[in-house]
Design a protein around this ligand. Structure first.
Ligand code: AMP
Ligand code: MN
Ligand code: MN
Ligand code: MN
Length: 297
């Protein structure tokens, strides 16, 4: 049984659990290695490491890889995971701060658009906007719309209001995918293309994207993600292995409400996950940031 999950979210972005709750859940589900990949922030890195150390001290060994998930590309739809990224890198920190400003403006615009449609979200339906966390995202707004009884599911919230082309949709666009990859490389992180089957590209265009990102420094592909069907896996594996890219896998867990993304539950077939995990760890160890300095992100 696969017991690793290299892609989960916490309350520092749009997940529902704190790092301590995530680590306790990982232990209960017999997951022994996790990577916290919060969107566009590293604020959860230290709490996650502390929570994992506390579990380990109680006799439940839990290994945590520091990471994050950068939104990039024209509609913010291309997500790049950065393994080994740590707070304190100046270039990365500056970009994350810029990204938070863009997200705050976008959040205000989304609320304005909803208001024009007669939908006013009561403040108690939204989490507190903490300075170092990712600002309120479409996922938070979708949950608020469910809480208000306007829709029944996250899918409905995106289909009706928040998805691309829908009335409250505002794109994220501050970073191209190539820039995101280069940024992670320069910050000493290992860039991996997240959930390739969720980007909405044909296989031909996806191959072209991977080739272009590979030239920018892409190091891996997240092959084992719930969005990959049984027949997608061999295609993605071949694409990764043919280009000498690392293979990773993660559930994209945000909370128990999404039954398709449960912690530690990955598509079947990742027989040599131990080798792939080891290769990822070696890649992280071999990286050195071009610029490592101050910054408190
Ligand atoms: P944002 O980063 O603000 O654009 O919000 C995107 C987030 O919303 C993703 O990271 C997911 O957590 C969530 N999300 C996007 N599309 C859907 C969907 N169709 N159903 C449920 N959650 C979604
Ligand atoms: Mn999310
Ligand atoms: Mn993503
Ligand atoms: Mn994610």
């Amino acid at each position: 049984m696969t017991t690793i999950d290299l892609h989960i979210h916490s309350i520092y972005s749009d997940g529902l659990l704190s790092p301590a709750e995530l680590c306790a859940l990982a232990v209960r589900r017999h997951v022994s290695v996790v990577a916290l990949c919060d969107h566009d922030t590293l604020a959860g890195t230290r709490p996650m490491a502390e929570a994992a150390a506390a579990q380990t001290a109680q006799g439940h060994p839990l290994d945590v890889l520091p990471a994050l998930e950068l939104s990039s590309g024209a509609e913010g739809r291309i997500h790049i995971l950065g393994y080994g990224a740590t707070p304190g890198n100046r270039i990365l920190s500056e970009t994350l701060t810029r990204g938070r400003t863009e997200r705050r403006d976008r959040y205000a615009e989304m609320l304005y658009r909803l208001k024009k449609m007669g939908i006013e979200i009561p403040p108690d339906q939204l989490p507190e906007d903490r300075p170092d966390s990712m600002p309120i995202s479409r996922a938070h707004i979708a949950r608020a719309l469910i809480g208000m009884g306007l829709v029944n599911t996250m899918e409905q919230a995106f289909d009706k209001y928040l998805g691309e082309g829908k009335p409250a949709y505002v794109p994220l666009c501050h970073l191209s995918a190539e820039e995101a990859v280069r940024l992670l490389v320069s910050a000493g992180a290992v860039p991996v293309l997240a959930h390739p089957m969720r980007i909405g590209l044909t296989t031909f265009t996806l191959e072209a994207l991977v080739a272009s990102l590979r030239a920018a420094g892409l190091a891996g592909i997240e092959v084992f993600h719930p969005s990959a069907s049984r027949s997608d896996i061999p295609f993605l594996l071949r694409m990764a292995r043919d280009s000498g890219l690392l293979v990773t896998g993660g559930s994209d867990y945000h909370g128990d409400h999404d039954t398709r993304a449960q912690i530690g539950r990955l598509p079947s077939g990742w027989t040599n996950w131990q080798d792939d995990l080891q290769a990822l760890k070696v890649a992280i160890e071999n990286r050195t940031p071009f610029q490592q300095a101050v910054g408190n992100d």
